[in-house]
Design a protein around this ligand. Structure first.
Ligand code: NAP
Length: 250
């Protein structure tokens, strides 16, 4: 059996200015898709535009904070006008505000819930109408191994990363019949700004728990995302793809 590669699509990647989102934007662009990547600042958006241009990828950077429905609506309308409605959505934007529960502040809890969970809800809701209408779509949300096994000091973060898995399963059951797949990629420890603070002894400790003995690279998450967007993954929905080097085996 042979499978043809996906035709070209319009991909919206949240949080494409750095780390995993940046690698995903480049991977989707190199696969021939038009890519709109977002950042929380104009400067970040300009850098994304420049990065895409240098890589010969059609698309642009846009400023969009996933905590703002107004900014999401503005970006969606602009993308629709300029390139067409996004039919690949990568919910990648995320933040941490680590603290043990005894010291957790409302601001730390609320920021993480509003970005990592409510943000996924807002952006997904904005994008699914046209996907359903066109009877094709791919939605991939970046969870975390922490959402499966927990992590001390991250009750807020891991709660959101578990929640997006259930969210995706429910949505997969709602819109699968319309040709839209909804999946999760759950990374382990990946070398980005988010894990830059994990230093020395902690890094050695965590690396010893990983079967492959090292932190992952953003490109290794992007490869999994690219697969799930492709025709090779046409019959996969509601699934969580664990990309953690064997830190956790589901
Ligand atoms: P990162 O290097 O810290 O980058 C975070 C990205 O999210 C940036 O592009 C940032 O934009 C954007 N962002 C932050 N807050 C936002 C908001 N309110 N609205 C829109 N965009 C926002 O993080 P990363 O390590 O690449 O992580 C990417 C995703 O993978 C996150 O969902 C994270 O939880 C998940 N993840 C990461 C790891 C890891 O080990 N790194 C492991 C498991 C899961 P600005 O540049 O404008 O701030």
């Amino acid at each position: 059996m042979t499978l043809t590669e996906s035709k070209q699509h319009i991909a919206l990647v949240t949080g494409a200015s750095r780390g995993i989102g940046r690698a995903i934007a480049l991977a989707l662009g190199k696969a021939g898709h038009t890519v709109v990547g977002t950042a929380t600042t104009e400067k970040g958006a300009e850098n994304i535009t420049q990065m895409l241009q240098e890589a010969g990828i059609q698309g642009e950077g846009r400023m969009m904070n996933v905590t703002s429905q107004a900014e999401i609506d503005t970006v969606f309308d602009a993308v629709q006008t300029q390139f067409g409605a996004p039919d690949i959505l990568i919910n990648n934007a995320g933040v941490t505000r680590d603290n043990i529960m005894l010291r957790m502040k409302d601001e730390e809890w609320d920021t993480v819930i509003d970005t990592n969970l409510n943000g996924v809800y807002r952006v997904t809701r904005a994008c699914i109408k046209s996907m359903v209408k066109n009877r094709w779509g791919r939605i991939i949300t970046i969870s975390s191994v922490g959402g499966l096994i927990g992590n001390p000091g991250q009750a807020n973060y891991t709660a959101t990363k578990a929640a997006v898995i259930a969210f995706s399963k429910s949505l997969a059951r709602e819109i699968g019949i319309r040709g839209v797949t909804v999946n999760i990629v759950a990374p382990g420890f990946i070398e980005t700004d988010m894990t830059a603070a994990v230093s020395g002894d902690h890094r050695d400790y965590f690396s010893k728990q990983i079967a492959l003995g090292r932190f992952g690279k953003p490109e290794e998450i992007a490869a999994a995302v690219l697969f799930l967007t492709s025709d090779h993954a046409a019959y996969i929905t509601g699934e969580t793809l664990h990309v953690n080097g064997g830190l956790y085996m589901a």
